[in-house]
Design a protein around this ligand. Sequence first.
Ligand SMILES: Cc1cc2nc3c(=O)[nH]c(=O)nc-3n(C[C@H](O)[C@H](O)[C@H](O)COP(=O)(O)OP(=O)(O)OC[C@H]3O[C@@H](n4cnc5c(N)ncnc54)[C@H](O)[C@@H]3O)c2cc1C
Length: 332
Amino acid sequence: MEKTDFKKRVKEFKKEFPSLKEKVLLKDHTAWRMGGPAKYFLEIKNKDELEKAIISAKKINLPFFVLGGGSNILVSDKGFRGLIIKINNLGFEVEEKNGKMEILAGAGLSLGSLSAKLLKAQAGGMEWSSSIPGSLGGAVFGNAGAFGSCLSDSAEWIEALEVKNKKCAFKKYFKKNCAFSYRSSVFKKKAPNIIIFSVCLSLEKSKEGEISKKMKGYADFRKKRHPLDFPSAGSVFKNYYKPIKNKKLVLQFPELENFNQKKEIPAGWLIEKSGLKGKRFGKAQISEKHCNFFINLGGAKAKDMRALIKFAQKKVEKDFGIELMEEIIYLP
Ligand SMILES: Cc1cc2nc3c(=O)[nH]c(=O)nc-3n(C[C@H](O)[C@H](O)[C@H](O)COP(=O)(O)OP(=O)(O)OC[C@H]3O[C@@H](n4cnc5c(N)ncnc54)[C@H](O)[C@@H]3O)c2cc1C
């Protein structure tokens, strides 16, 4: 496309979306408090707006990225030369059906506010998510989980916009078509081409007291174990789900026998045993409290955080022969 033609189309795009913002600092929209400006930034509340925005962006070849709560992304210091679409569908409806609580919730709801609404509705089953930052859409995307539960346990179907070339259409994805697995889903595999708009959850009728007791227990656990005083993105790496058979390593680290039996080796443990507790690049640091949390000590550069992540990955590979996979998403 000619430059003048592109400029003309961008002008039209801006006219079509008067609420479009420009040069929005992404560090103000991420839990890590890092990241440069987004060229364009658009908040979306309804399906029509979403469909129109994607079609228009596609027409002018403008790359787009869907932002939830920004709690699982590392944005480059240079920012993103495209369109950020922030899903702001905050809908919430409850219906009791055959003894179950059916919840239809907007993808833009934060897990915290969703939990408050579920508590009021006395719907149990999502308590594990109450102190996780981020949006419901982001939680579906990465099949977020904690304390032995995950989003896919309660998901019934997801309404999402499927983007194909210059066309798009809303589609219902029933659970069996969501390819949910550990921190993954069809939405993640096909990103950014399926945009989650609303989520149907099937929960149990419960009691306010029971729900809030569980929520408090989980929040207390997090306060004790996680470095919540510093900006982070939660766990940087996925845990490792295969046994380590190297006899020398098992002799050196007897805890491995226990992990091997459970077939789950915590990424934080691997990083700690690789001697990286407290390792720093600039203002980016591997937390001393929990080594799978990489914290921003204040004014950290995304460049340093990314280098620290890659450094930890290489060191664990050298020491344990394991390639840790990131849970976080890089933008771009
Ligand atoms: C202190 C802390 C603790 C955490 N603890 C946990 C934990 O216990 N368990 C856990 O699983 N995670 C945890 N996390 C990570 C994070 O909170 C979750 O992964 C959360 O679900 C991410 O949602 P988000 O809306 O912030 O996503 P974002 O960071 O905004 O985006 C993450 C990815 O999801 C995509 N995405 C977001 N919304 C949509 C949508 N509507 N449609 C399509 N794609 C979308 C984005 O494009 C991006 O690729 C923690 C994070 C922090 C900071």
